[in-house]
Design a protein around this ligand. Structure first.
Ligand code: PLP
Length: 459
C-alpha cells in the first residue's frame, strides 16, 4: 500500500475476527522439536508419564506435532472477547521522532489487568484444569505477570490458584502480590519451608532470595503431592506457544486488511512464548516456502540463551524434577547478575523456537539493559504507552532497525510485539532515571561453569 494516510493509527479487528483456532507451527516444521525426557530415566515422555504433572488436554497439545489448527474452546473465546482483539498500532509518532522512512507497527498486548500477553494462555490452562474436574493449579512467578494472569483466570473459572513467587520479587513487588491476592490466589515466597525442595534449598543456601528455577520445582512438587492439583507454566512449553498464536493470527489478519507485508518481525524472548505466538503464522508461510520474512529474537545481554547458549537437553528447573527439554540453554543453575532489572531471566528457551533458530529460520540478537531503558523512555514519550522492560528489548531492536533504514533510505516495514506495560517495574525505571543502572555481560568462564552442569544426554 503506497498511501500511508489510508492506514489508521490503530487497526482493530471486529469481535468476530478473533481467532477461533490456534495455529500449531510444529505441523509445518520438517525438524520437529525434540521430545521432553523423563529426568530420572532420560526416556521420552508420553501422555501417561506427564499426567501427574499436567492437565490431560494440555498434554495432548504439548505432544501434538502434526495438527495444524486446534479449536479454541467457546468459553475461552468468550473470555478473549473481554480484552481482545488487541490493537495493532502504526507507530506514526515514533517514526516521525526517528525521522525514518521505515514503517513501524506494534501489536500491543498490555490492555488487560495482568499487563501482558500471559493472560492468553492462563485462561486456557485454567479452563482445561476446570474441565478435568480439578480443584486447582500451582505455578511459579518471577516478576509477577504470569502469577497475576493465572490468578485472574482462576478467579474467573472458580478454581484455586497457588503461586510460588521468587522471594526477591515477593519482597520488592508487594503490589503485584496484592493484585494476585485480590483475585484470590495464595502467594508464597520461594524458596519456602512448605516443600522438600524449598527446605533443602533454604538449608543449603541460607538467606537465598530465590530463583525462577527453584520456584518451579516447588510448584511442581506441590502439584504432584496435592490431590486434585496440576502444575501450569507460563512460557517455554509448546502448548503455551500454541495459545499465544492468537497474537500472530490477529496481527496477520489486521495487516492483511491493508495488504501490508512486514519485512522484519521482532520480538523479545524470555522463554519464547510471545515471540513464538507472534511469528507462528508468518513462520508457517516461510516454512511452506510461500513467503520470506526476517524474524529476530531479542534477549538481554545478561541472560543470552540464544546468542551464547548451547542447544542441548537441560533441566527446566533447579530441583531437576521437571522433564528435560532440548533447547538453547545457559544451564539450569544460571542466574543472571543481581543488577539485571529487565526481566527475560529464564536460563532456557522454547524448544520450538530453539529448533527453528538452529535450523536457520530466525535470527537472535542481545541488547544491554541501559540501551533497552533508553528505548523504553523514548517510546513512552512519543507513543504514550509505558512499556514493560521485557517489551522494551523489542522496542530497542525495532528502533535500531528503523535507524538503519534512515541511513540507507530503505522503506522497510517493521512489526514488533509490545508485550505489556511497565507500571510494576518502577524500581527498574527509577534506577535508570537516577543514572544508577549498569550493564553486565557474563564472561565466557561464568557460562562455562554453568554449561559444565548440563546433563549428559545423547541427541
Ligand atoms: C513474561 C513476559 C515476557 C517474556 O516471556 P515470553 O515467554 O518470552 O514471551 C515478555 N514480556 C512481558 C510483558 C512478559 O510479562
Amino acid at each position: 500500500m503506497s498511501d500511508n494516510n489510508k492506514i489508521p493509527y490503530k487497526i482493530y479487528l471486529s469481535e468476530d475476527e478473533i481467532p477461533k483456532q490456534w495455529y500449531n507451527v510444529r505441523a509445518d516444521m520438517k525438524n520437529k522439536p525434540a521430545p521432553l525426557l523423563n529426568p530420572a530415566t532420560l526416556k521420552p515422555m508420553g501422555f501417561e508419564d506427564l499426567r501427574p504433572v499436567f492437565c490431560d488436554e494440555l498434554i495432548k497439545q504439548e505432544l501434538d506435532d502434526t495438527t495444524p489448527y486446534i479449536d479454541i474452546p467457546q468459553e475461552v473465546q468468550d473470555f478473549y472477547k473481554m480484552y481482545r482483539p488487541s490493537p495493532l498500532v502504526r507507530a506514526y509518532c515514533l517514526e516521525k521522532a526517528l525521522g525514518t522512512p521505515a514503517k513501524i507497527y506494534y501489536k500491543f498486548e498490555g490492555n488487560n489487568t495482568s499487563g501482558s500477553h500471559k493472560l492468553n494462555s492462563a485462561i486456557v490452562q485454567a479452563y482445561y484444569a476446570k474441565k478435568q474436574g480439578l480443584k486447582g493449579v500451582t505455578t511459579e512467578t518471577g516478576a509477577g505477570q504470569w502469577g497475576t494472569a493465572l490468578s485472574m483466570a482462576s478467579a474467573y473459572l472458580g478454581i484455586d490458584c497457588k503461586v510460588y513467587m521468587v522471594k526477591v520479587s515477593y519482597e520488592q513487588k508487594p503490589f503485584r502480590r496484592e493484585v494476585m491476592r485480590t483475585y484470590g490466589a495464595s502467594v508464597t515466597p520461594s524458596p519456602s519451608m512448605d516443600t522438600e525442595i524449598g527446605r533443602k534449598i533454604n538449608a543449603e543456601h541460607p538467606g537465598t532470595t530465590g530463583s525462577l528455577g527453584c520456584a518451579i520445582s516447588e510448584a511442581v512438587e506441590v502439584a504432584t503431592k496435592t490431590e486434585g492439583y496440576r502444575y501450569v507454566l507460563g512460557s517455554v512449553l509448546n502448548q503455551v506457544l500454541l495459545h499465544q498464536t492468537v497474537i500472530g493470527l490477529e496481527a496477520k489478519a489486521a495487516l492483511d486488511k491493508y495488504n501490508i507485508t512486514p519485512d522484519v518481525i521482532i520480538g523479545c524472548a524470555g522463554g519464547g512464548s510471545n515471540l513464538g505466538g507472534l511469528i507462528s503464522p508468518f513462520m508457517g508461510e516461510k516454512l511452506r516456502g510461500e513467503k520470506d520474512y526476517r524474524i529476530v529474537a531479542v534477549e538481554p545481554a545478561s541472560c543470552p540463551s540464544f546468542t551464547r547458549g548451547k542447544f542441548a537437553y537441560d533441566f527446566c528447573d533447579t530441583g531437576m524434577v521437571c522433564p528435560l527439554a532440548k533447547m538453547y540453554t545457559l544451564g539450569s543453575n544460571f542466574i543472571p547478575s543481581a543488577n539485571h532489572a529487565g526481566g527475560l531471566r529464564y536460563h532456557g528457551m522454547s524448544p520450538i523456537l530453539s529448533q527453528l533458530y538452529h535450523d536457520g529460520y530466525m535470527e537472535a540478537i542481545s541488547v544491554e539493559q541501559t540501551s533497552v531503558f533508553e528505548a523504553a523512555q523514548q517510546f513512552a514519550r512519543v507513543e504514550g504507552i509505558l512499556p514493560a522492560p521485557e517489551s522494551s528489548h523489542a522496542i530497542r531492536a525495532a528502533i535500531d532497525e528503523a535507524l538503519k533504514c534512515k541511513e540507507t533510505g530503505e522503506k522497510k516495514t517493521i512489526l514488533f510485539g509490545l508485550t505489556g506495560t511497565g507500571y510494576f517495574d518502577m524500581v527498574a525505571y527509577q534506577k535508570f532515571n537516577d543514572g544508577e543502572m549498569t550493564d553486565y555481560i557474563p564472561s565466557d568462564e561464568e557460562l562455562a561453569k554453568s554449561f559444565a552442569t548440563l546433563p549428559k544426554v545423547e541427541g
